[in-house]
Design a protein around this ligand. Structure first.
Ligand SMILES: NC(=O)c1ccc[n+]([C@@H]2O[C@H](COP(=O)([O-])OP(=O)(O)OC[C@H]3O[C@@H](n4cnc5c(N)ncnc54)[C@H](O)[C@@H]3O)[C@@H](O)[C@H]2O)c1
Length: 353
């Protein structure tokens, strides 16, 4: 029988609602006799022996008054979260969400640091998933250090720097604790569609003149990214450049607007202008619509299983298996060939057999 992944989360926002509800969705499919290889919307039914609903939420940290101090299963559905309610019965998870770090107590000598490390240890968490608003570099740093102190694997879903910090990565490696990041690459998001189209242009010999990508949405992430989008923009450019595409004439606006009635739906507009034979024009205009936080959860489920599987076999630091699920992996994309990535998955999967 599979030992469920014991998950702690920092930030109980829309991503976590999508993950919590989605895990129950797949549990329901399994109870109806659907084989996991027939599950819709997932990339790998198992990683390191773990299925997509083999998660147990064991601890959570937030600072929003609707969430901190509340039972987890209440906090995860509280406003301003606006991921839709799926048609599944949800498990009651009654541990209380602990007040998280603020910038004032974000140091490793504070009482809050001791409290968060103790909560991680007492809960026997295997993985701490970091899913705070983008742009809080102090926060990713202190949550990562708390995870390291507790010996808990750390997954950074945001573009702020954790796994790309050589100093932090070396510490995780030295202590045999996994560090997976940075910035999840959405399941079927703007970056991947944009990157593939730019790659196709180049492969077909069309010269890129200019391109832009505009993203709109109505969740808290889009509200925040309007003003704090710098690290997200940089990370999205990293994702576009990963296969050697020249991005000097490419503009990316992570949040071109917060439109509340869009709720958790994201709309992206892509434009590409190029020159073909004899300098004649080629033009692409594309509109992409997705459920934004499903797009995150569909990848988070892989990142946390990679982190847990690596921890279970004592592999510290970054796991190459996570590379293509991240916009800005530790060491950069070119470091990880398809062979290295496949070998890393085999190592994690072999441990479960
Ligand atoms: N497709 C996607 O949705 C996607 C893709 C890539 C990256 N991301 C990133 O994932 C992150 C989370 O996205 P989301 O939609 O869940 O955001 P969200 O705004 O819904 O949730 C963030 C949560 O963090 C909490 N928080 C704020 N400060 C905190 C602190 N100091 N300690 C603990 N909790 C705190 C907030 O109260 C909120 O509950 C964002 O940085 C986003 O950019 C999302």
């Amino acid at each position: 029988m599979t030992t469920r992944l014991r998950l702690a989360v920092a930030g109980v926002g829309n991503n976590i609602s999508a993950l919590y509800q989605g895990a129950s969705y797949y549990e329901k499919l399994a109870s109806q006799g659907v084989k996991e290889t027939d599950f819709v919307g997932i990339t790998r039914p198992r990683i390191g022996g773990l299925g997509v609903s083999d998660i147990e939420f064991v601890a959570a940290f937030d600072i929003h008054p609707n969430k901190a101090g509340k039972p987890f299963s209440q906090a995860v559905l509280a406003e301003p979260n606006n991921y839709p309610l799926l048609d599944v019965s949800l498990p009651t998870v009654d541990f209380i969400v602990l007040e998280g770090f603020t910038q004032q107590n974000s140091n490793s000598t504070s009482a809050k640091f001791k409290e968060i490390v103790s909560r991680l240890r007492e809960s026997n968490a295997e993985v701490l998933l970091y899913s705070l608003p983008t742009g809080l570099q102090w926060a990713v740093d202190i949550y990562a250090r708390a995870a390291l102190e507790a010996g808990v694997a750390f997954v950074n879903a945001t573009p702020d720097i954790a796994a790309r910090s050589p100093e932090l990565l070396a510490k995780f490696e030295k202590n045999n604790v996994p560090l997976i990041g940075d910035d999840l690459a959405s399941h079927f998001g703007t970056s991947i569609v944009h990157r593939e189209l730019l790659g196709l242009l180049s492969e077909r010999g069309i010269t890129l003149s200019s391109s832009y990508q505009l993203n709109f949405g109505g969740n808290e992430d889009f509200r925040n990214l309007r003003d704090h989008g710098a690290s997200k923009r940089e990370s999205k450019i990293n994702a576009l450049t990963q296969d050697g595409v020249d991005t000097s004439n490419v503009e990316v606006i992570p949040s071109a607007g917060f439109i509340s009635h869009l709720k958790d739906n994201k709309v992206a507009i892509l434009n590409i202008e190029g020159q073909g034979w004899a300098g004649t024009p080629v033009s692409v205009d594309l509109k992409l619509k997705v459920q934004d936080s499903s797009n995150a959860a569909g990848v988070i489920i892989d990142l946390i299983r990679i982190a847990a599987a690596a921890r279970r076999i004592g592999l510290g630091g970054f796991s190459a298996a996570a590379t293509r699920r991240l916009k800005s992996p530790a060491g950069g994309h070119p470091k990880y060939t398809p062979e290295i990535i496949a070998k890393s998955f085999s190592q994690l999967d072999a441990s479960a057999n």
